[in-house]
Every structure is written in structure tokens, then in C-alpha cells.
Write a protein that binds this ligand. Structure first.
Ligand SMILES: Cc1cc2nc3c(=O)[nH]c(=O)nc-3n(C[C@H](O)[C@H](O)[C@H](O)COP(=O)(O)O)c2cc1C
Length: 187
């Protein structure tokens, strides 16, 4: 099977966001997988339209990346028990690009619940998009305590091990759905 392309979407625009070093860690872990390509899609650097919404307002170069993707990783912080509004706005720019593709979520939080409420909030929209979420998440709680001031995990081995299980499942689901898209037509 050809290389899989699994981009990592960084879903917050906040200054000093801790989700950014986490997303960089995830990109590094995915880059080390055999036969998987990745790229960071940072919604902060995109010219997101603020006077329109939905696929009619998509950014062509980004939509092309989303179309090329075989699966997705979303790195999201938890904001007030949800996920950032601009992440939803970004996700809403696409629709056909998601159908029958896998998605895994990495949540980031300064609290001990590790952003699980942001993950839960995303699930209902995944159904609307036709995205298939994997069961394990990669949840990072107490992020300010577990990372140092340079944005590195103080105990990288623990997070490498945890990301490995998450990525194994995501790659399996991504490959399986790619096979399905390429070999089975819906009548
Ligand atoms: C507007 C806002 C709301 C937040 N709400 C929550 C929350 O509901 N639960 C939580 O654990 N952390 C919350 N946080 C803290 C974030 O989890 C923390 O900033 C963490 O570093 C991830 O977000 P970041 O990538 O913006 O840094 C909130 C932060 C902001 C800016």
C-alpha cells in the first residue's frame, strides 16, 4: 500500500498555547512511522474567513491537503469543557474531504481531566462529517507540569509509549478505511 498521509491539525490560535509543543511532539512521533507522511496544519497561520462559513469558504490549498489526507489527528485544548470555536470553524470549511476517513484526537489541558470533555464534544460533529474516530485518545493533562519551559516532556518515554498505542490504532483504522474507499463502492 502506498504511503499514508495523516496531517496533524493544531486547533487553537491562542498566544503561548501549550497545544503547540504537544502538536510538534505528535508530528515528530508520526514522522518516525514507516510509510506515513505528515504535516502540521496550524489554524493560526491560515487566512480563515470570518465573513463566511462552510465548504463555500474553503481555502483551496488547505482543502487539497485535507482531500489528500487518509486520516487526521486533531490536537485540541479544552476551553470551558469544549474545544475552540475557531477549530470548529476550520473543520466546517470541509465536508467531502472527511468521508470514510479515520480521526484521532490529542487533547491538551492544564487540568487533571486531560481535555476529555473537548474530545467528547468533538464526537457528534465527527458523525456529521462522516469521520470515524478511533477509540484511544492521546490525552495530555497537567500540561504545564509535565512539560518544561522549552516545550519538551520532562518524561518523554512515558509520552512516547502512550502515543505509540494511539498511533498504532490510528494507522490501522486509516489503512483499513483507505482499503475500503479504494475497493468498495456504495451502491
Ligand atoms: C478560554 C480558556 C478556557 C479554558 N477552559 C479549560 C477547561 O474547561 N478545562 C481545563 O482543563 N482547562 C481549561 N483551560 C486551560 C487549558 O487547558 C490550558 O491553557 C492548556 O494549556 C491547553 O490550552 P492551550 O493550548 O491554549 O495552552 C482553559 C483555557 C482557556 C484559555
Amino acid at each position: 500500500m502506498a504511503n499514508l498521509f495523516i496531517p496533524v491539525i493544531l486547533g487553537t490560535v491562542r498566544q503561548e498555547r501549550m497545544s503547540e509543543p504537544v502538536a510538534n511532539f505528535v508530528v515528530k512521533q508520526v514522522s518516525q512511522l514507516t510509510d506515513v507522511e505528515t504535516e502540521l496544519i496550524d489554524i493560526r497561520v491560515l487566512p480563515l474567513p470570518l465573513d463566511n462559513a462552510g465548504p463555500g469558504a474553503k481555502i483551496p490549498a488547505v482543502a487539497e491537503l485535507m482531500q489528500r489526507a487518509d486520516g487526521f489527528i486533531i490536537v485540541t485544548p479544552e476551553y470551558n469543557h469544549g474545544y475552540p470555536g475557531l477549530l470548529k470553524h476550520f473543520l466546517d470549511l470541509h465536508y467531502a474531504e472527511y468521508v470514510h476517513k479515520a480521526v484521532g484526537v490529542c487533547s491538551v489541558s492544564s487540568g487533571s481531566f486531560a481535555g476529555v470533555r473537548a474530545v467528547e464534544a468533538l464526537l457528534s460533529s465527527f458523525k456529521a462529517f462522516g469521520l470515524s474516530p478511533i477509540v484511544p485518545d492521546f490525552n495530555i493533562g497537567d500540561v504545564e507540569k509535565v512539560m518544561d519551559e522549552t516545550g519538551q516532556f520532562k518524561d518523554p518515554a512515558t509520552y512516547e509509549r502512550r502515543s505509540e498505542r494511539f498511533l498504532q490504532e490510528l494507522v490501522w483504522m486509516t489503512k483499513t478505511l483507505k482499503h475500503g474507499r479504494e475497493n468498495f463502492e456504495l451502491s
